[in-house]
Write a protein that binds this ligand. Structure first.
Ligand SMILES: Cc1cc2nc3c(=O)[nH]c(=O)nc-3n(C[C@H](O)[C@H](O)[C@H](O)COP(=O)(O)O)c2cc1C
Length: 222
């Protein structure tokens, strides 16, 4: 006999068709307003809002429910500066030496370069780590499953929660990112996944005028 504990699905809510349509449209419209912002204000953000967004991310589904992620929330200006200095060093090498021309061409419409002032200006940097191996408190090693997929889904929840709260974010991936383990004192089993820069947009912030593929291009109904 199985010894799993099952509980009733009390949290599920069924809606009438009309309400389902309205809800699906409302979320679509809201998510369509989201943009990646690279020009941040230094306006303070209450910590409780960040905490709520992280709790939303932490509720995400994960392979075998292992939650193979760790979030480091950085607001300390000294640590933000360290991250900026290290990230700009990697990015200078990336833009001038390591990046293949094809990648540089793909980035050109976004106008990004090796300068990352937002790493100091924005009130919060949420550094997300992914763990393919968990080290338990007693030192035992435990495998996790689909660590990257799970962490990506949790990050999607986080980006949506931040947007929903009325803040903006930038998904930042300095390459390589190993320096984040040293600066933030994270163990070797945690792999930096990305840095989410979070805050309010600067007054008159601008975003690249880009076009998204249409739904028909990315979807097949069979
Ligand atoms: C995994 C990932 C990595 C990204 N890395 C960077 C980055 O290092 N620097 C940056 O300026 N934008 C980065 N972006 C943001 C993308 O350029 C941006 O999402 C894309 O241009 C679409 O714009 P939108 O988010 O405003 O819709 C990244 C996005 C993702 C999902």
């Amino acid at each position: 006999m199985s010894d799993i504990n099952l509980i009733p699905l009390t949290a599920y809510k069924e809606f009438q068709k009309e309400e389902m349509l309205n809800r699906s449209r409302a979320l679509l419209e809201d998510l369509l307003r989201r943009r990646t912002v690279r020009d941040f204000s230094d306006k303070k953000v209450p910590k409780e809002i960040i905490n709520n967004c992280l709790a939303a991310a932490n509720s995400a589904p994960s392979g075998a429910n292992k939650q193979p992620w760790h979030f480091v929330v950085v607001s300390n200006p000294r640590i933000k500066k360290k991250i900026r200095v290290a990230a700009e060093e990697e990015e200078r090498e990336f833009y001038s030496l390591r990046a293949p021309q094809e990648w540089l061409d793909a980035l050109a419409p976004l106008g990004t370069d090796s300068n990352k002032p937002f790493l100091e200006t924005a009130p919060y940097l949420i550094v997300i780590f992914s763990k393919s191996l968990e080290i338990l408190l007693n030192g035992t090693k435990q495998k996790t499953y689909y660590a990257s997929e799970s962490t990506g889904i949790a990050t999607g929840f986080l980006i949506s929660a931040i947007h929903n709260a009325g803040l903006v974010s930038l998904t930042h991936t300095p390459s390589p990112m190993k320096f984040l383990n040293n600066i933030l004192g994270r163990p070797a089993n945690e792999k930096p996944f990305l840095v989410l820069v979070v805050g309010y947009p600067a007054e008159n912030a601008m975003v690249p005028d880009i076009v998204k593929k249409g739904l028909e291009e990315v979807t097949t109904y069979l």
